[in-house]
Design a binder for this molecule. Structure first.
Ligand SMILES: NC(=O)c1ccc[n+]([C@@H]2O[C@H](COP(=O)([O-])OP(=O)(O)OC[C@H]3O[C@@H](n4cnc5c(N)ncnc54)[C@H](OP(=O)(O)O)[C@@H]3O)[C@@H](O)[C@H]2O)c1
Length: 325
């Protein structure tokens, strides 16, 4: 099999592509012939040894992928050879096949192609869980999304609209904000030259946002927490800016607000039943044409370093995908 390999921690340029031996399929596992893998922020963290998980070297990065089941291990039920599936692997997706527990794959709707499948679950799964279980967002509430044209951000914009919220999208360029409008954003803020706090107050009649979705951290968090509504919920999703912000907790007191952590990967392991219900709802919404995962760039396996660097340099809108076969 052909795989992108991390043999020592380093930047994307240190990744190599090699032919390696295929793994045998064990009890409860399936082999999936991978067609595409989604590019996500954690892929860059994991190859630098900065992520929660540190796989044994050498390993393939690539947290999610999509392909077709080519072999079933002993005891696997509910799947057949030829099934088209999304793979939630954490790592191992930047390769032309993977052997993985059957509990980490999900069947794809017929209407979904492999690139879309590879770009769907991490972002939509995170944002769906964040808005539904962590923020308990209600129709008519105002949702502010920071980094709104990024992977999880754009998913939050679209899901926020499906869940009935009024969505304010905040991003760094007008081009990115135009994309957010296409995905349903009611209002936009360009935070490279507009003050998040002032604009949100202006757009909400001085009230502030009920739910703030923050995958950026840093200065954006510092400003956003100051324009949260009474009993608002600020979702801590990630720190794409590179700075984990500090919260003066008197702000939580004064705003009567909650600062709520979101860790989708752990949620899927700790509450598989609720996770399954979330998946069913998202797949149904996709089939009904309510969700449109945005794949803005596709890269060959040989160009995996460019894919990761483009994401790090804020050039990707929605999601980038690596074609693995
Ligand atoms: N908690 C969870 O369960 C979970 C799950 C998935 C991802 N995450 C985290 O969420 C964050 C975003 O992930 P993603 O896949 O959506 O990434 P992404 O597609 O690269 O989006 C991140 C966005 O952050 C903004 N940004 C601001 N400063 C940045 C900087 N210095 N470098 C890069 N981007 C910057 C960019 O928008 P502008 O240019 O418009 O500012 C960019 O669109 C990451 O920290 C990731 O680890 C968390």
């Amino acid at each position: 099999m052909k795989a992108v390999l991390c043999k020592e921690y380093g930047p994307p340029e240190s990744l190599v592509i090699e032919e390696i031996a295929s793994k045998p399929v064990g009890k409860g596992e399936v082999r999936v012939a991978l067609h595409a893998a989604g590019v996500n922020f954690p892929d860059v963290l994991i190859i630098q040894g900065k992520y929660q998980f540190k796989p044994q070297m050498p390993f393939s990065p690539g947290g999610e992928a999509a392909g077709q089941i080519s072999e079933l291990g002993e005891g696997v039920t509910g799947y057949a050879i030829g099934d088209r599936v999304i793979v939630m692997c954490g790592w191992g997706g930047f390769a032309d096949e993977i052997v993985i527990g059957a509990d980490r794959v999900v069947k794809m709707p017929d209407s979904m192609d492999y690139a879309t499948g590879a770009a769907f679950l991490m972002t939509y799964g995170t944002s769906h869980h964040a808005l539904k279980q962590r923020a308990n967002i209600k129709p008519g509430e105002t949702l502010l999304v920071l980094g709104a044209a990024g992977g999880v951000g754009l998913a939050a914009v679209e899901l926020g609209k499906v869940m009935g919220a009024r969505v304010i999208a905040a991003a760094s360029t007008d081009e990115k904000l135009a994309l957010c409008r296409k995905f349903g954003a009611d209002e936009v803020i360009n935070y490279s030259h507009e003050k998040i706090r002032d604009r949100v107050k202006e757009l909400t009649g001085g009230q502030g946002a009920d739910v703030i979705y923050d995958a950026v951290g840093g200065d954006a968090f510092d400003e956003a927490i100051r324009c949260i509504n009474w009993e608002g919920r600020l979702l801590v999703v990630g720190f794409a800016s590179g700075r984990i912000p500090q919260l003066p907790v008197n702000l939580a007191l004064l705003k009567g607000c909650q600062v709520v952590g979101v860790f989708w990967g752990d949620f899927t392991r700790r509450d598989p039943e609720l996770h399954r219900q979330n998946l069913d709802e998202m797949m149904r919404w996709f089939d009904e044409g309510k969700l449109h995962p945005h794949v803005s760039a596709e890269y060959a396996m040989e160009d995996v370093a460019s894919a990761l660097n483009d994401m790090m340099q804020r050039k990707v809108q929605g999601k980038a995908v690596v074609k693995t076969r």
